[in-house]
Design a protein around this ligand. Structure first.
Ligand SMILES: [Zn+2]
Length: 226
């Protein structure tokens, strides 16, 4: 799962707009942000098998980011950080932890068995990656549904819909580019590319909400021009 993870961020924003979009966007990929850092540092390990369908990743060792207990810990930690560092409501914190944990659930659907149920324990994964077409359809389908809810929330809040459409278009474009490009040459390269993409989308989400794009705000300007 790649861009499909962001559907959880968009659905959470629609259900609980109290948290900034960028926190949900970073939260949806928090496990992979940690994973990218640990792969660059050589703590978690990945290799590539070009003969594998769907994804060429062989995720050999990633207990600190993608085991079930780690995913729970990252989710709780993220909720506490947004609670105490950003003073968000408890409801927003709960949504934040659900977004972070959704990453593990989505990975469980698509990964081949590489997610530890306990440190060093049984590895699980339903392996939808082995069926690339339904896997891609699932990612884009989840994005479309969550994106529609998010766009609806923006309309209700009196904000423009086009930034949401642009964000969704960028995500779909990213998925297509990821599908068409060859696997990176090394694990470090993959980690650095991943990190850059995850942080860039966090920044884009921040920019989307930073711009003052209330429809009501623009009305006087439109009227003045008319
Ligand atoms: Zn992951």
């Amino acid at each position: 799962m790649f861009v499909g993870h962001y559907s959880a961020a968009l659905a959470a924003k629609a259900a609980e707009p109290g948290a900034p979009l960028w926190t949900y966007v970073i939260g949806a990929q928090l496990l992979d942000i940690g994973w990218s850092g640990l792969v660059i540092g050589g703590v978690e390990r990945v290799s590539f098998d070009p003969n594998l369908p769907g994804s060429t990743l062989v995720l050999e060792h990633m207990p600190w980011t993608h085991s079930l207990p780690s995913a729970v810990l990252w989710s709780v930690a993220a909720a506490l950080v947004v609670r105490f560092a950003m003073k968000l409501s408890w409801r927003a914190c709960i949504f934040m932890s659900l977004v972070v944990f959704s990453h593990w659930i989505a990975d469980f659907l698509v990964h081949r068995p590489d997610l530890e149920l306990w440190f060093g324990g049984t590895k699980v994964g339903l392996g939808l990656w082995n069926h690339p077409l339904p896997e891609e359809a699932l990612e884009i389908g989840l994005l479309a549904v969550a994106g529609a809810f998010w766009a609806g929330q923006r309309v209700r809040a009196g904000r423009h819909v086009w930034p949401a459409a642009l964000f969704l278009a960028l995500l779909v474009a990213l998925q297509i580019v990821a599908m068409l490009t060859a696997a990176p040459g090394s694990a470090q390269q993959l980690g650095m590319t991943g990190l850059a993409i995850y942080l860039a989308f966090g920044a884009i989400a921040w920019l989307i909400e930073r711009g003052k794009d209330d429809v009501a705000d623009r009305l006087p300007a439109v009227a003045a021009r008319a």
